[in-house]
Design a protein around this ligand. Structure first.
Ligand SMILES: Cc1ncc(COP(=O)(O)O)c(C=O)c1O
Length: 386
């Protein structure tokens, strides 16, 4: 595209954003609008401010972006066999485990799918809290795996005691799906409860601990990853992680699982070969080496979360204290009307995820995006909508 027309298109989109009081959009998303990919067609029903998928609105690290571009330019036409090994080495040393304990996935959802296939091959029952992230459940249903759910406690905490009791009553192998921190609540499982259960459970209880939001939770003294239990030799445990959240790479599709070597080998055989793209591999490697971006990402999330929770406090809207990049909060209205009204203000909020209506899960954007969101929320209060 000619530079002038590119520039005028950028200005047009910038003005459009300002005109709709969305001048808070980061330059990167405005720049993206001038690419060959039409911004609002790239995603279904996209709003100018997408706060519904728990993505990282900062975008990925500049180093990751440069690495991805270079990888596409040099190797977009090649299968990235050597690069995968390098990424494995790097993730392994990042987590202080041998590379044979790793399973790479096209997003962590691919690893979750492999775990379900593995469990289904043993005729396991899926046991999980409700509500929780739905991918494992939908994979399980597709494979005719019986699903047993245990409701969260009064404060939206994962009810470990009740899950344990259900597990003890079930016959045969069980896949226990624990999302920690949990989506959509943002709550964590107390580290002692988690490790006691996993340590003392029979070997036909397979634990899947989905740690997609791990990096946001590490400052909570009651939280611990389940990874040390794998390092201590647990064979019936798989931990999954992703580059989609703290590293801002949701569109690049890179995730991984960690398990004992025997379990990892089995799960790896259930994943597609060459499942990662050259760009994703390069970006993931650069991300792991960019400590500065990691800290920036974490800090921005903390600042934006505080902006949000301060406003929720001010409006007396109850929320569940979150260890993630999203917050589940009351909206004092039905979700349907709230969603429509937010959309009319160019903001896309989370879908229904709780048994009771009147709650919404909002993803945390950049601090300036959260300022825009809270401004809209306050205007809703003035209208008597929340
Ligand atoms: C708990 C949880 N696990 C996994 C995923 C999917 O991650 P990925 O992009 O790595 O497939 C998500 C995405 O929102 C999630 O919330």
């Amino acid at each position: 595209m000619h530079t002038n027309s590119l520039e005028s298109r950028r200005n047009f989109i910038r003005n459009l954003a300002i005109g709709t009081s969305l001048a808070f959009l980061p330059a990167s998303s405005i720049m993206a609008s001038s690419s060959l990919i039409a911004p609002f067609n790239f995603r279904k029903g996209a709003a100018l401010l997408p706060l519904h998928y728990n993505e990282n609105s900062l975008g990925m690290s500049n180093n990751a972006l440069s690495a991805a571009k270079e990888a596409i330019t040099l190797y977009g036409n090649r299968y990235a066999d050597g690069a995968v090994d390098e990424l494995k080495q790097l993730i392994a040393s990042y987590n202080q485990i041998p590379p044979e304990q790793l399973i790479l996935g096209n997003g962590s959802t691919e690893v979750l799918g492999a775990v379900v296939t593995y469990a289904a091959s043993m005729n396991a029952t899926l046991l999980e809290p409700s509500p929780t992230f739905g991918d494992v459940r939908s994979r399980a249903k597709a494979r005719n795996v019986k699903v047993v759910q245990v409701e969260l406690g009064d404060n939206f905490e994962t009810n470990i005691e009740q899950l344990k009791q259900r597990a003890d009553k079930l016959k045969g192998p069980i896949l226990v799906n624990l999302c920690n921190p949990n989506n959509p609540t943002g709550t964590i499982v107390d580290k002692k409860l988690l490790s006691n259960w996993i340590t003392n459970a029979p070997s036909n209880h397979i634990f899947l601990v989905d740690e997609a939001y791990h990096e946001y939770a590490t400052s909570n003294p009651n939280y611990s990853s389940a990874l040390p239990l794998i390092k201590n030799g647990k064979e019936n445990l798989i931990v999954t992680r992703t580059f989609s959240k703290i590293f801002g790479m949701a569109g690049m599709r890179v995730g991984y699982g960690i398990a004992a070597p025997k379990t990892a080998k089995k799960l790896d055989s259930l994943s597609a070969s060459f499942n990662l793209s050259a760009a994703g591999i390069a970006a993931a490697k650069a991300s792991l080496l960019d400590k500065e971006f990691f800290n920036k990402s974490l800090n921005a999330n903390e600042r934006a979360k505080a902006l949000l929770t301060n406003t929720l406090d001010e409006l007396s809207l109850r929320y569940i204290p979150s260890n993630t990049n999203f917050v589940l909060h009351r909206i004092n209205s039905d979700l349907n009307s709230y969603t429509q009204r937010m959309l009319a203000n160019n903001i896309k909020v989370g879908r229904r995820m709780t048994k009771d209506d009147g709650w919404n899960r909002i993803s945390i954007g950049t601090p300036s995006q959260m300022e825009a969101f809270t401004k809209t929320l306050k205007s809703f209060r003035e209208k008597g909508w929340v």
